[in-house]
Design a protein around this ligand. Structure first.
Ligand code: OFO
Length: 168
């Protein structure tokens, strides 16, 4: 059985994962409006993975005999000045999620809740990968400095992204 505190905190994380899906869907829509369909596909895939993260929290809360309670999801930003700005915001968002997961790990440790601690390890690793992949795209965007040919190539590359098998 989960403590009341962990039940509340895991529900808050479930809401953050749903918000993550929402913000990446909004970024995807922005890229569609810019005719950058590979970037849009990358963001759409990211949103799908976030829905899978939310589902993992949903299942875990239920499996531990606690109650899932859904809250309002904040309105996401809808416009960005450039692809670089969108990805810089994505990185900031992932850093916020990393801090939130780390905080959850701390609570699980304080409460000596080993099952929650083990459950969260997947997310600790996932956050390292998420920050690294967004950072990689930011670095490429900075290098190409809006050169249309390079942007076209990157759009093609991002259009190849497949959903991670652990999240499908
Ligand atoms: Fe982006 O990893 Fe979940 O939120």
């Amino acid at each position: 059985m989960l403590s009341k505190k962990l039940e509340k905190e895991l529900n808050k994380q479930l809401n953050k994962e749903l918000f993550s899906a929402y913000i990446y869907t909004s970024m995807s829509a922005y890229f569609v409006s810019e005719n950058m369909l590979g970037f849009a596909h990358w963001m759409h895939t990211q949103a799908q993975e976030e829905m899978s993260h939310a589902q993992k929290f949903y299942n875990f809360i239920n499996e531990r005999g606690a109650r899932v309670t859904l809250e309002q999801i904040d309105k996401p930003q809808t416009e960005w000045q450039s692809s670089l700005q969108a990805f810089e915001d994505a990185l900031k968002h992932e850093e916020f999620i990393t801090a939130s997961i780390n905080n959850l790990v701390n609570i699980a440790l304080e409460e000596k809740d080993h099952a929650t601690h083990i459950f969260l390890q997947w997310f600790v690793t996932e956050q390292v990968e998420e920050e690294a992949s967004v950072n990689d795209i930011i670095n490429k965007l900075k290098l190409m400095k809006d050169a249309p040919g390079a942007l076209f190539m990157l759009d093609r590359e991002l259009g190849q992204r497949q959903i991670d098998s652990e999240e499908a």
